[in-house]
Write a protein that binds this ligand. Structure first.
Ligand code: NAD
Length: 469
């Protein structure tokens, strides 16, 4: 196992021409059958765990250099995903890969479903949780017996470089390779034939990925984003609700795919909720986020300008400070936001939270259903009837009642979007399924061979079939 990750951009010396031979090499390994053995899968999963254990300090450092992630968030929400997923896969590998009986059908024989690896898969990751969103899909790809190409985001260049340098020391590099780079390199990768592509990122690039995949009829899993609403009704415990929303929103400075995007609050409690949100933010960050190591910065100048522009002209309830030189935006809550304003037109993906009053749950449901299906939906309510209505009358990738973000933490649940927020799902066994083909197998014996099913189809036989069917 040699360290052979190829360094493309931002390391300028590695040529794009290496991509096609690299994918060919991985395919050769897959075709040799090596990745199918459970022993190989176990070794790679253990390698990933060792990688995470031995390099977490280096990864934290890289994440801090890239976007000033607090160490706790870097470990818990990003790097930590590797061990959670890899340990679960290791524990369940035998069970997941066992042929699954589909019962016996009279005169036909025994049926079972076999999980086949797909082949060589491509995993493209974004910058907001650049370690976990690259390597937790890899766990599924390995567990299912595939070879894989990893494409970390070029936006978080330190993390990309750290992964490129360290990861190959722990994995079978003839089967798992990492390609660094941006649009040209990803485009070159997308020209290759893969057996599955998993892309996490924004919806516009997802269309590019899907179009490239269509050329070879390659299946895709698309983990995208959207405007995840937070509905707060008058039965909610306001201080707890505010704390949980503020935590989910301002973690990673709002740069989380399932961060609450905006709040729909019953108009009778709007003022109280905003007061409590401010109180929570002050408790979390002591009224100071610029020099605060518990608060992330915006990843780069482009995103800083994009989010700052969205705030322009809006009424600020609290926060609102934006400093371009530090890529910093304070936790900000907006009020009296028009549903037609630019900030309500697309995913905010930053620490700015519009609050929109509604007359009640009917209004909130209508509002959500007028938009695209979100990746997550949050409801804060003490009323089970409201919960039933909101869950039953809206569609979202996932949902969390009286909390934010935390539903992603249960690996026994699928994580994915619906409609424009994504296609397919992963985590835990769902990752293994995503990177497997479910092959339906029937095994017959030689003893019973019913002649009447073969031609010639006499009138008598046809009549019998007519009666049976
Ligand atoms: P990004 O800019 O890092 O892009 C994602 C990947 O796409 C990168 O690896 C990048 O190199 C590649 N890429 C960019 N442009 C490309 C092009 N023209 N052709 C081919 N490849 C290209 O990340 P982003 O898109 O800014 O990520 C943020 C978005 O991702 C948000 O919408 C967020 O909600 C979503 N997201 C979703 C999840 C999820 O699990 N559903 C998780 C995190 C982020």
């Amino acid at each position: 196992m040699s360290a052979t990750a190829i360094h493309l951009a931002p390391v300028p010396t590695s040529p794009i021409e290496e991509i096609a031979p690299l994918v060919a090499r991985l395919r050769e390994t897959f075709d040799s059958g090596r990745t199918r053995s459970l022993e190989w899968r176990r070794q790679q999963l253990k390698g990933l765990i060792r990688f995470a254990d031995e390099n977490s300090d280096a990864l934290v450092k890289a994440l801090q250099a890239d976007m000033g992630k607090p160490e706790l968030e870097a470990r818990a929400a990003d790097i930590g995903q590797i061990n959670v997923e890899a340990k679960l896969a290791l524990k369940n590998l035998k069970k997941w890969t066992r042929p699954q009986s589909a019962g016996k059908v009279p005169f036909m024989g025994k049926s079972f479903v076999v999980r086949d690896p797909l082949g060589v898969v491509l995993i493209i990751a974004p910058w907001n949780y650049p370690v976990g969103l690259l390597l937790s899909p890899l766990v599924g790809a390995i567990a299912a017996g595939n070879a894989a190409v990893l494409k970390p985001s070029e936006v978080t260049a330190h993390t990309s470089a750290a992964l490129a340098e360290l990861l190959p020391q722990y994995l079978d590099t003839d089967a798992i390779a990492l390609v660094e780079g941006g649009v040209p390199e990803t485009s070159a990768l997308l020209e290759q034939r893969f057996d599955h592509i998993m892309y996490t990122g924004n919806g516009s690039v997802a269309k590019v990925v899907m179009e490239a995949a269509a050329k070879y009829l390659t299946p895709v899993t698309l983990e995208l984003g959207g405007k995840s609403p937070c509905i707060v009704d008058r039965t909610a415990d306001i201080p707890v609700t505010a704390r949980r929303i503020a935590w989910g929103k301002f973690m990673n400075a709002g740069q989380t795919c399932i961060a609450p995007d905006y709040i729909l609050v019953d108009e009778s409690i709007e003022d109280e909720l905003i007061r409590e949100l401010e109180k929570s933010v002050n408790e979390f960050y002591g009224g100071e986020t610029l020099e605060n190591t518990d608060y992330t910065r915006i990843v780069n100048a482009r995103h800083h300008k994009r989010v700052s522009d969205l705030m322009a002209g809006e009424e600020i309830a609290f926060g609102g400070e934006s400093r371009a030189e530090d890529c910093h935006i304070e936790p900000t809550v907006l009020r009296n936001v028009s549903p037609d304003s630019p900030i309500m037109a697309s995913e905010i993906f930053g620490p700015v939270l519009p609050v929109l009053p509604v007359k009640g749950v009917d209004d909130a449901i209508d509002f959500v259903n007028r938009g695209e299906k979100p990746l997550a939906l949050y409801l804060f309510s003490g009323d089970s009837g409201t919960e039933e209505r909101v869950l039953g009358e809206t569609s979202s990738g996932g949902a969390c009642i009286n909390g934010t973000i935390m539903h992603i933490g249960n690996s026994k649940m699928p994580f994915g979007g619906v409609g424009p927020s994504g296609m397919g799902a992963y985590h835990g066994k769902y990752s293994f399924e995503t990177f497997s083909h479910r092959k339906a197998v029937l095994r017959r014996g030689f003893k019973f061979d019913i002649k009447m099913m073969y031609p010639p189809y006499t009138e008598k036989r046809t009549k019998m079939v007519k009666k049976m069917m």
